[in-house]
Design a protein around this ligand. Sequence first.
Ligand code: NAD
Length: 259
Amino acid sequence: MTIKVAVLGASGRMGQAIIQALSETEGMQCCAAVVRSQSAQIGLPVPNLASHQYVDLATGLQQKPDVLIDFTLPDALAEHLGAATTAKIPMVIGTTGLGEVAQQQLDTAAANIPLLYAANTSVGVALLEQLVALASRSLPQADIEIIESHHKHKRDAPSGTALLLGEAAAKGRGQALADVSAGVRGDGLRAADEIGFACIRAADIIGEHSVLLAELGERIELTHKVSDRSVFAKGALKAANWLVKQPAGRYKMADMLGF
Ligand code: NAD
């Protein structure tokens, strides 16, 4: 059976990468390239998707997708979750910059549909998360700082991935990031136990993250670098393929990968 995917945010950098990856993936196809309902792109042809035009969400749902993949902006989340819940369609969400209210909305939707949220859909970052938790647990005295670099169009900072790695580092020590985060580093001395973030925004960097664990005289750096957006797209497709077979609930990449 071919899995029919509706791509939300289809005209964006990630939407285009997902459409491209779908065209190279057997057993999956893009059935709808969805953009926001007021978008001037509605009705225009979709690059790399012969005989398809951009549509709004309601039109996209008429294609009866098996799964929705959403890489948009936080203000689109409530509408997208509402539509997926009403139509009972599993959903993979990669949008970053979500606040606490949005996280609760994800939990509520996941009571009714299978939902996988990942601030980073690469397999490498799912593994890095585990390594960071292990390292922070093993080196309880080390100062931890997270350095991330992204392209100049990125809106949120620190990146969703940096926060995810910060959570993993804090969790490794039995803490919550909210209690130990120093946020983006500015003036002032470092406090013990703090986890600070440094953010670079430049040109076309797709995504780089380093977790630094420093003790006096030695340091470990755990680094992940992406040089092609297709890495996120392929991870999202792998997640979608797995999610359509799961019962309702909230899942992470680590659940899908069996880590
Ligand atoms: P982009 O700006 O290129 O594309 C965003 C898309 O969302 C556009 O097509 C835009 O029209 C659409 N959109 C915006 N508001 C909308 C709304 N209200 N309703 C419907 N559609 C709406 O951005 P991008 O680089 O493709 O990134 C998209 C999101 O994915 C960002 O949050 C980014 O941080 C995140 N991202 C996640 C991962 C991951 O692995 N999870 C990787 C890369 C990017």
